[in-house]
Design a protein around this ligand. Structure first.
Ligand SMILES: [Fe+2]
Length: 250
């Protein structure tokens, strides 16, 4: 068995996407979402050097809202939107309204699910009985952060990374998982840069659940309807066993 973890792999479990979508929309939790964007560096998205995603449609990446700097002094609004997110789990009494702690400037930035890699609880103010069933079907030892990431048109998912490759490698080696429930693609697709530096497009139509190593540079193209995904972090005793090895991308 190879020790390297794939960047992308379909997961061999499915769920009723329409049912989960209805449950989320009915809860109205999306009204509480917060903008998940990056910040300007040298007048560009911190993550975007302009060369990784080349198709013409990615020109709109230049038009997403960005914070003026890493301290989020002010939001610079443009004419197309990007990701919103809302956390479904928590581990303290304080609402979790962000995903990372620390700063790039002093190399202290770390995802909260890695810093707090233990069992979190589902929020009590919203009820998601079907999501609970889907979670149970994954056979996790525990889950930590679970968040909804969504886009409402006009929106393009900005280019970014959520973690670092060494951090994720260590996380996966310790049983960590990075699972996406593809509730509704919104006509958009996940794009990422693979280990050879090539641009990969995921054809999401027939993949209900996937593993994605979010230390790879990634984004989406423009969506045509609402795009709703659920990101699940947690711990599994045999994560590789869940993966459909015929569809892996390294
Ligand atoms: Fe991401």
């Amino acid at each position: 068995m190879c020790n390297q973890w794939p960047l992308f792999a379909p997961i061999k479990i499915s769920f009723d996407r329409e049912r989960l979508k209805k449950e989320i929309l009915y809860s109205k939790i999306l009204n509480e979402g917060f903008l998940a964007t990056s910040h300007l560096k040298d007048n560009k998205n911190f993550w975007d050097n302009g060369t990784n995603f080349k198709s013409q449609e990615f020109i709109k990446q230049l038009k997403v809202p960005l914070w003026s700097d890493e301290n989020r002094q002010s939001l610079i609004k443009k004419d197309i939107d990007t990701f919103y997110q809302i956390n479904l789990t928590e581990f303290s009494n304080e609402a979790i309204t962000d995903v990372w702690e620390g700063k790039h400037q002093d190399k202290t930035k770390i995802p909260l699910w890695i810093k707090n890699d233990f069992s979190w609880k589902l929020r009590k103010d919203f009820q998601f009985p079907y999501l609970k069933k889907v979670l149970d079907s994954l056979g996790l030892n525990y889950f930590s952060m679970i968040r909804i990431v969504y886009q409402i048109p006009p929106s393009i998912g900005l280019i970014h990374k959520d973690s670092g490759p060494k951090t994720n490698l260590e996380y996966y080696n310790n049983g960590g998982v990075g699972i996406t429930l593809n509730v509704s693609s919104g006509g958009g697709n996940l794009y990422f840069v693979n280990s050879q530096g090539q641009e990969i497009t995921v054809d999401e139509d027939n993949i209900c659940i996937w593993h994605f190593d979010d230390s790879a540079l990634h984004c989406t193209n423009e969506v045509t309807s609402e795009r709703i995904q659920i990101r699940i972090y947690g711990n599994h005793s045999n994560y590789r066993e869940l993966m459909d090895l015929t569809g892996v991308i390294f």
